[in-house]
Design a protein around this ligand. Structure first.
Ligand SMILES: Nc1ncnc2c1ncn2[C@@H]1O[C@H](COP(=O)(O)OS(=O)(=O)O)[C@@H](OP(=O)(O)O)[C@H]1O
Ligand SMILES: Nc1ncnc2c1ncn2[C@@H]1O[C@H](COP(=O)(O)OP(=O)(O)O)[C@@H](O)[C@H]1O
Length: 249
């Protein structure tokens, strides 16, 4: 197994650093950021594959002795975030559940994050207005990036209707550790499937801000894979995604 470096992470993590900041040593990135805006000259240390977004000057990274690469070696796999986006009813959860089952059979360390499930706990305080959806995806993007840093194949299925937040999730995981899958099915198809009866409720005005009906879905511009569930069976979709994941390992 070849543990992969993350090109975009390397680039991003250098941004904003002083010119005399130390260069990365070996495969583990360990950089120091000296904050000159603060009287106290705070030093922020950043880990191998998680880049800081904190605006606080008094938060310091506590370096561990186990790296991302160490974890990947133990697990004999690379961490990756597989991000499923699409309308409600497009098939995100159905496909992700099958992909998870197949990866587990292959002996992979895999974990699935799902919109409905996460909204029962971590994000139970959030609704479906744009700012709530953005915060929902921001938190999930951070969680998924941490799971990836733990070395897991992380499946995330969320409507994630806004391009900006999908890009944020990609940036947090790192370009080389993120696969965006557009689970494509149009509103009429999803409304006909209506597995939870939500389109019916939305059309009757019982649900506000329902994606595709009264809230926008921005068609993905940068998906790595498009799965057209109008054309592909569940089995065909699962096989296609397993092949893409295998290429990342
Ligand atoms: N107003 C509205 N719009 C869209 N979806 C709604 C809404 N209200 C409840 N639900 C249910 O919530 C699930 C989507 O949650 P997500 O966290 O994936 O949404 S988002 O990414 O923040 O847009 C979604 O799950 P999926 O059908 O699996 O996509 C719905 O079951
Ligand atoms: N080719 C297909 N791929 C995925 N789901 C499909 C397909 N054809 C029909 N379906 C059905 O569509 C529904 C998709 O629901 P779900 O997986 O909950 O979607 P989402 O998670 O995107 O809201 C399920 O009832 C599933 O059986």
């Amino acid at each position: 197994m070849n543990v992969k470096m993350n090109k975009k992470e390397s680039k991003t993590s250098l941004e904003g650093f002083k010119e005399d900041a130390p260069e990365p040593q070996g495969i583990t990135e360990d950089k120091e950021q000296v904050d000159n805006d603060s009287n106290e000259q705070t030093v922020n240390r950043q880990p191998s594959t998680v880049n800081s977004t904190t605006s606080s000057k008094n938060i310091m990274w506590h370096e561990g002795k186990v790296t991302y690469e160490d974890r990947c070696k133990n697990l004999t796999q690379n961490g990756v975030v597989v991000w499923f986006t699409g309308l409600s009813g497009s098939g995100k959860s159905t496909i992700a559940v099958e992909v998870e089952k197949e990866l587990l059979k292959q002996g992979k360390a895999v974990y699935r994050l799902d919109g409905d499930n996460v909204r029962h706990g971590l994000n139970s305080d959030l609704g479906f207005a744009k700012e709530d959806r953005d915060e929902n995806i921001r938190r999930i993007a951070e969680v998924a990036a941490l799971f990836k840093d733990a070395g897991l194949i992380t499946l995330a299925s969320f409507i994630s209707p806004f391009q900006e937040m999908r890009d944020f999730a990609r940036e947090r995981a790192g370009e080389d550790s993120f696969i965006e899958i557009y689970v494509k099915a149009d509103v009429p198809t999803c409304a006909e499937r209506d597995p939870k009866g939500l389109y019916q409720k939305a059309k009757q005005g019982e649900i506000d801000d329902f994606t595709g009906v009264s809230s926008p879905y921005e068609t993905p511009e940068t998906s790595d894979v498009i799965i057209d569930t109008d054309k592909l069976s569940i089995g065909e979709s699962v096989q296609k995604i397993l092949e893409v994941i295998a290429n990342e390992q």
